[in-house]
Every structure is written in C-alpha cells, then in structure tokens.
Design a protein around this ligand. Structure first.
Ligand code: NAP
Length: 259
C-alpha cells in the first residue's frame, strides 16, 4: 500500500530503539526523510546508518535529551520544517504512590507531558501554515486503564491526552491531525526492564515473569516494534486525514473494555 508519504519529512523522537525506532523504520520504508533522536550517540548513529542503507532515505541523527530545553532546541533546529512529528521519550520508573516526591512528578511530567506539548507548540504552526501535518504521540495503555506501579506514567500521560483532545480539534481545519498511539506490552528494552523488576520483586525467573504477563494478553504474545511502526505510518498517511484526536490502543486485547 502506498501511504502517499514519499518526500515528506519527519522528526521521530527517542528512536534509536524500541517503538520509536519501529516508527522511524516504517516511515522510512514509506519514503519519508527522517530526523532521528536519542541520547546515546552510538546506538542512534547505528540505527540511522541501518535505515539509510536499507531504505535510501536521507536520515539526520541528533544525539540529545529530548526532555531538556537545550536538547529540544538542537533537535528542533535540525528538524526545521517537518511534516510529521512522532513524540516519544523513556517512561518513568515504577514505584509506589507513597514514595513519589514533587521532583519525581516534575520529572515525569517534563518527559511524558510537557516535552511532547513543547514539540507540538514548536512544530504545529508550520504544519498549519503549509496546510498539512501529522502528529503521533506515543503514550501508553496506562491512559485507558491505570497501571498501579506506574502512577507517574498514569499521571503524565493522562495530562498529555487531555491537551491533545482539545488541541487536535483546533488544528484539524488546517489539514493537521494529532493522534495518540497507546502501546500495551511490546518486546523492547522497556518491557525487559519492567519484567526484570517483577522478577526481582516476586523472586521468580525472567521467563516466569514474561509468561505471567503473556497470560494476561489475549493475543498470547508481546507486540513488536514493527507492528507498532506500521500503525504509526498509517496514522501519518494520506488516508488518515479524518482520524482526529483519537487514542488507539495496540495491546493484543489486554485491556478488557468494549470501547
Ligand atoms: P525502549 O525500548 O527503552 O527505547 C527507548 C528509546 O528512547 C531509546 O532509543 C532511547 O535511547 C530513547 N530515549 C529514552 N529517553 C530519551 C530522552 N530523554 N531523550 C531522547 N531519547 C530518549 O522503550 P520503548 O519500549 O520503545 O518505549 C517507548 C515509550 O513507550 C516509553 O515512554 C515507554 O514507557 C512507553 N511504553 C512502552 C511499552 C512497552 O511495552 N514497550 C508499553 C507502554 C508504554 P537513549 O536511551 O540512548 O536515549
């Protein structure tokens, strides 16, 4: 399927690994020129080189912490006038509500709410002026159903979801869509680290921790970054212009809801 994206330009944040990388790869395969970002330069350069070699699209790699003002400024300068923005950053650590301090909340809000909002504020005006744009925010299934140990994530991502709900309707008339993709468990480093935490806490092996989690997913497995990336590329496509302000759950049926 030709997504109608050849020659477009995208900024994909936090994309040297995992879900961000899945999005970068799927967009590159659709012919989109990329600006990729992550903090670690080595893995980022390797991912960029791999995508360049496989797809032939130009890829610019900017090593920076997207949650810092300085890092964001460097990424935005390199990105210039992009047609597509995929926001992403690492998720907050697990814990318990009694322990989280104001500083913990500020850090989580900065990473998973205020950073995507700042990126949208910087890039939406250009997209609107050009009459076409796509924003996809990588959030979490925690928006639909809270995850007790990830209270920092529940809080920050719900705040972002509220911002998107209002803003998406304000920019849609200019040909710009904003939607959120809500990952359930996907096979990435983040899932490894969450499973590692469970294994340690429960005194069980990693295999057992994984098996217990898989048992909660009707699809009977973890999702893959490739599947996630393909959904992102579709939301960015010419065919998705009528999908506005939606929260799309990719979780193998894990969240038991009718709507
Ligand atoms: P991952 O495999 O750990 O990859 C994270 C990527 O983001 C890496 O490329 C990392 O590179 C980059 N990154 C992290 N913090 C960054 C920062 N401050 N600035 C720039 N780049 C940064 O994680 P993932 O599984 O893809 O998860 C992506 C997002 O989805 C996270 O917010 C996560 O909480 C959320 N999520 C994931 C799952 C899941 O099952 N995987 C489920 C629900 C929600 P560097 O470390 O080099 O910066």
């Amino acid at each position: 399927m030709d997504l109608g994206l050849k020659g477009k330009r995208a900024l994909v944040c936090a994309s040297s690994k995992g879900l961000g990388r899945g999005c970068a790869e799927a967009l590159a395969e659709a012919g989109v020129e990329l600006v990729m970002n992550a903090r670690g330069a080595e893995a980022l350069e390797a991912a960029a080189a791999d995508i360049r070699a496989r797809t032939g699209v130009p890829v610019t790699a900017i090593a920076a912490d997207i949650t810092s003002e300085e890092g964001r400024a460097r990424v935005l300068e390199a990105a210039g006038a992009v047609d597509i923005l995929v926001t992403n950053a690492g998720g907050p650590p697990p814990g318990i509500w009694t322990d989280w301090t104001r500083d913990d909340f500020i850090k989580a809000l900065d990473a998973n709410m205020l950073t995507p909002i700042a990126l949208m504020q910087a890039l939406l005006p250009g997209m609107m002026a050009r009459g076409w744009g796509r924003v996809v925010n990588i959030t979490s299934q925690a928006v639909k159903a809270p995850i007790g140990v990830l209270g920092l994530s529940n809080s920050a991502r719900t705040g972002l979801t509220g911002f998107v709900a209002g803003t998406a309707r304000q920019v849609a008339g200019s040909g710009v869509t904003i939607n959120n993709l809500l990952p359930g468990i996907h096979a990435t480093d983040r899932a490894e680290s969450l499973d590692g935490g469970v294994a340690k806490k429960e005194g069980i092996s990693m295999d057992e921790a994984r098996a217990r989690r898989v048992a909660t997913i009707p699809a009977g497995r973890y999702g893959t970054p490739e599947e996630f990336g393909a959904a992102c590329a579709f939301l960015c496509s010419q065919y998705a212009g009528f999908i506005v302000g939606q929260n799309i759950l990719l979780d193998g049926g894990g969240i038991n809801t009718t709507l």
